[in-house]
Every structure is written in C-alpha cells, then in structure tokens.
Write a protein that binds this ligand. Structure first.
Ligand SMILES: Nc1ncnc2c1ncn2[C@@H]1O[C@H](COP(=O)(O)OP(=O)(O)OP(=O)(O)O)[C@@H](O)[C@H]1O
Ligand SMILES: [Mg+2]
Length: 352
C-alpha cells in the first residue's frame, strides 16, 4: 500500500482482522471501527451486500461488505483477483478479502454512483447513452479477448441448459409462474404469442438453429452487464458488480445489455409500465418508452448478425432465468416474463 494511503491501509488492516474473526461482531463492529470515516451507507436491493462510503487520506472509497458465507460477494472478490492476476486493468479495484467473519471489497469511489439506468430514466437522449454502452462493451471485449478460449458449442450449451433447468424447476414451484410457463399461448395487447415452453421446444429441437445461437468460445466477462451496473460520471464509464463463476461467452453479457436496454428490464424494474390481466393468460402490457433505452444500435453495429441474434437469445433466457428471484412480486415477475416472450418473438421473427 502506498505511503500516501496510510489511513486507507489502516482501514484495510482492520477490515482484514474483522474478516478473519468468525465472531467479529457483525455490522455494528464494522460501523464502530469505521467511526467518523463512514460518510454513507447504501443497502443493496437484490443482494445481502451493503456498501459503505469511507473517507480516508482525503478521498472517498467504497467498501462493499457482507457477513457470513456471502457466496456472491466471495465470487465477485475472486473475479477481481483473477483479473488482476491476469494483468488486466485494475480500474476501481484496490483490494478484497474473504474470511470466516466477513467478505469485503475495497473500490475507489467513482462519481456519485449514478448508473446508466439513472441517466436513461432521467430522460437522457440516445447519443450519450450509446457512448456509455459502447465504452462498457469495449471494456468487456478487452477482458474477453485476453482470456477467451475455444470450448465447443456443446460445452456452452450445457452451461446454458444447466442454468435454465435449475431456474425453470424453481419457477415451476410458483403456481402463477407455472401457469404462465405452461401456457400454449399468451396474449399481449391482443396478439397471441407462443408461451415459453413452446419457444424453448422450438429452439432446442432444431439442432441447426441451436448451433447457430450457441457460441463456441468462453472467456472472462463482467457477467452482469446491465445498465444498473454501469456507472457514469462526467462522460466516463466504469462497470461494477462483476459476477464470478464459470467463464462465459461474450454473448451472455451482450444479452444482459439487450435485456437491460431494448428488452425493457430497466423500465420494468423502475416500475414504469402498465400491466393488466384481461382474462386467463391475456394481458394489456405497456412499458413506458424511454428514449435512452430505445436503441442498442451501437451493439448491433459492433457485432455481426449472428452474435446479435445470440445476444437476443441470451437476453430472452435471462428474463426467464431471473423469474424465481422476483417471484414474490407477481406483477413485476409477470411483466418480466412478457418482456422475455417479446424477445423470443423478435428473435424468431428475425430468423424466419
Ligand atoms: N465504486 C463505486 N463508486 C461509486 N458508487 C458505487 C461504486 N460501486 C457501487 N456503487 C453504487 O452502489 C450501487 C450498488 O453497487 P453494486 O451493484 O456493486 O451492488 P449490488 O449488491 O449488486 O447492489 P444492487 O443489487 O443494488 O445492484 C451501484 O449501483 C452504485 O450506485
Ligand atoms: Mg449491482
């Protein structure tokens, strides 16, 4: 640690100590240790991690911490160390540690934590959004290109299939989701769309189509490249919250972007949609049109047709695999399901 970061070094040493203690005293001990260096706390919506904004050496840093087993944060920390070991740019990453008492990640603070979702939902136009998306894609590609390897389509398909099967069986335990997933036809604004099981059967039973939609290379990617994880500040872009785990195809991340931008995920998660069930599995569904989300031209332009269609396929699958995590909110989950169906429809229409 640099001399000029002596206060930060002291904070790191104390964090490590607490991490190594199985009975380290939990959050109150952490807050007590940080004292008046702690200038803000941000509790995550979807994960048990908490972000602490800490002043040291005249700068503000971000400590992302979680107590107990913390499997997701542990994977994230592993991801950062793995990137650092491979000589990839460290960007915001300073250090991270996992122990029996606590897992923590220390990052440089980037701006005020505004995300691309914040920008789009505040009405920013397409140009600046597209530039940030392009910049995030460039970082992702750099990671991928420097770590990629050919593994064959069967391997990639098995990864996809395993995840889909797990989440599919979880979703089937939720009665309203089971009805949606088994429905032959789901009507959206008067148009009948095949239900999820029919789309999947159609793709999985056509070896040529499945091969076309399945990449054959994997590498390091951010793994969760949606607009809520893309930070923006004074025209600059950083990606946070990388997901550790198996190496993945780049189309997986492109799929996250497609889902987030043109797929409607950002709009639904912000509650900016109208959904009404008219009867059975028929709905009126109107996601708000947000100009910044309306084009992913930058992505479509930076990859060929096949990769773009692979991204659409992953985006549709991402919608389906996230359903069990959202299931407690029936309206939101139904909206996400309908977004996924629309992407399958778009994909198959482009392939026809
Ligand atoms: N280095 C950073 N500098 C400034 N703000 C940050 C930084 N890292 C994270 N944040 C802020 O904290 C938010 C949540 O961070 P992150 O995505 O890592 O956590 P998370 O557990 O996935 O939370 P969520 O479930 O809310 O996405 C970000 O959207 C951003 O606003
Ligand atoms: Mg996040």
């Amino acid at each position: 640690m640099l001399r000029s970061r002596s206060e930060l070094s002291a904070v790191c040493a104390r964090l490590r100590e607490q991490a190594e203690h199985p009975d380290g005293g939990g959050e109150s001990a952490l807050i007590g240790m940080l004292g008046d260096r702690l200038v803000g706390v941000l509790r995550s919506h979807n994960t048990p991690s908490t972000l602490y904004y800490v002043r040291a050496d005249g700068e503000t840093y971000v400590v992302k911490a979680e107590f107990g087993r913390a499997p997701t944060l542990r994977d994230e920390i592993r991801w950062y160390w793995s990137a650092a070991r491979r000589g990839l740019p460290r960007r915001l990453f300073i250090t991270g540690h996992t122990g029996p008492g606590l897992a923590f990640l220390l990052l440089k603070r980037f701006g005020e934590g505004a995300t691309l979702d914040d920008l789009a939902l505040a009405g920013e136009s397409r140009g600046p959004i597209a530039r940030h998306v392009a910049s995030a894609v460039t970082c992702d590609l750099e990671l991928f290109h420097r770590t990629q390897r050919q593994v064959g389509r069967d391997h990639v398909h098995r990864l996809t299939e395993r995840r889909l099967a797990l989440r599919y069986s979880q979703a089937r335990n939720v009665p309203y989701l089971r009805t949606l997933m088994d429905a032959d036809v789901v009507t959206v604004n008067g148009v009948g769309l095949p239900g999820l099981s029919r789309w999947l059967r159609r793709i999985l039973s056509d070896p040529r189509l499945l091969a076309y939609l399945t990449p054959d290379r994997v590498g390091m990617t951010f793994g969760d490249l949606h607009c809520g994880n893309i930070l923006v500040h004074e025209g600059l872009t950083e990606v946070v919250d990388p997901r550790g785990g198996p190496l993945l195809p780049i189309s997986y991340d492109y799929g996250k972007l497609v889902q987030s931008v043109e797929g409607g995920y950002g709009v639904v998660m912000a509650g900016r949609y109208v959904l009404r069930r008219t009867w059975g599995t028929a709905y009126e569904f109107t996601p708000e049109t947000v100009p910044g989300y309306s084009s992913l031209a930058v992505l479509a332009a930076s990859c060929d047709e096949q990769r773009y269609l692979q991204a659409l396929y992953y985006a549709a699958l991402h919608f389906m695999t996230m359903l069990p995590h959202h299931a407690s909110d029936e309206k939101e989950t139904t909206a996400l399901y309908l977004c996924g169906l629309s992407l399958f429809y778009k994909l198959l229409a482009r392939l026809a």
